[in-house]
Design a protein around this ligand. Structure first.
Ligand SMILES: NC(=O)c1ccc[n+]([C@@H]2O[C@H](COP(=O)([O-])OP(=O)(O)OC[C@H]3O[C@@H](n4cnc5c(N)ncnc54)[C@H](O)[C@@H]3O)[C@@H](O)[C@H]2O)c1
Length: 272
């Protein structure tokens, strides 16, 4: 995949970092984006600027050309400016990975969810991906090629108690993926989604999502990983690298006839 440019949102840590390094290893140049600051009303820390730069350094070790951008996917003006800079610098964006996402504010039944809690979940996890697609796809259409991978979740396929905002946003993201795939299939632009299940918080990736899910569910103890194991048919949590592997395949030429697909990487969770 040399001579390609991928823009990945939420790249400071976790699945975004794993995806960035996987694509860098394939020779893809990267624009790595993250909000890199905390969000009002979100009860856990977001990625930081130094984590974003750490991801960039890991990608450069593979020889990738990398630039970083700090913006909030809720901010159309800032996102548009970052996309413009990427196009000025690299001339093209071949792959867009909409990975930035929040899992909480969650942990409440529907009737206790405030407007603000609902809005931030939808605005980041669903509308954020829509905004990025609206900004990046016109360039792909001009070239007649490109690929979008939306990082959804098993929460896009099934319900989870006390996570209505997250589940609604991720179900919406699957719908957005399917509709956009049909909009652009005749024009050489593919749109797919991956649905990770419970992904391990690996120290070297610095992701924190499973810890935040455990906190929302008021699970006691620090070994929340063990708590989630009985829900997994494979008896292990998913590795971020395996999610990255699915993104890498969807982004590459081996998936040239794959569009509108929803690829689960969930250890069999949703087929029980
Ligand atoms: N970890 C899991 O178990 C799991 C499972 C299914 C789906 N996912 C999805 O995978 C994606 C990545 O999750 P992760 O586990 O790496 O989480 P994470 O919290 O470790 O990383 C998410 C990154 O997104 C960034 N981000 C959040 N809001 C943003 C915004 N408004 N603008 C720009 N950047 C923003 C954060 O700063 C952070 O660096 C998310 O969309 C998540 O919903 C994760």
């Amino acid at each position: 995949m040399t001579d390609r440019l991928a823009l990945i949102t939420g790249a400071a840590r976790g699945i975004g970092r794993a995806t960035a390094t996987a694509l860098a290893a394939d020779g893809v140049d990267l624009v790595l984006a993250d909000i890199a600051e905390d969000i009002k009303g979100v009860p856990y820390p977001m990625g930081t600027g130094s984590q974003l730069e750490a991801t960039a350094d890991l990608c450069r070790e593979h020889g990738a050309g990398v630039s970083t951008e700090r913006f909030d996917v809720r901010d159309t003006v800032a996102a548009a400016a970052a996309v413009e800079r990427a196009l000025d610098r690299h001339g093209r964006i071949d792959v867009l990975v909409n990975n930035a996402g929040l899992v909480s504010p969650s942990g409440k039944p529907v009737h206790e969810v405030s407007d603000a809690d609902w809005e931030v979940m939808i605005d980041v996890d669903l509308t954020g991906a829509f905004r990025m697609m609206r900004l990046v796809i016109p360039g792909m259409l001009r070239r007649g090629s490109g690929c979008v991978v939306n990082v959804a979740s098993t929460a896009g396929l099934v319900g989870y108690r006390h996570f209505a905002g997250y589940v609604a946003a991720k179900h919406g993201l699957i719908g957005l993926t399917r509709s956009a795939a049909l909009d652009y299939a005749p024009h050489g632009v593919r749109v797919n989604a991956v649905c990770p299940g419970s992904v391990r918080d690996e120290p070297e990736l610095e992701g924190v999502m499973m810890a935040e899910i455990a906190r929302c569910l008021e699970l006691s103890g620090t070994d929340h990983e063990k708590t989630f194991l009985p829900t997994q048919p494979t008896n292990r949590l998913v590795r971020a690298a395996d999610v990255a592997g699915a993104v890498r395949w969807l982004a590459g030429d081996d998936a040239r006839d794959v569009t509108g697909s929803v690829v689960t990487v969930d250890g069999g969770y949703t087929v029980r």
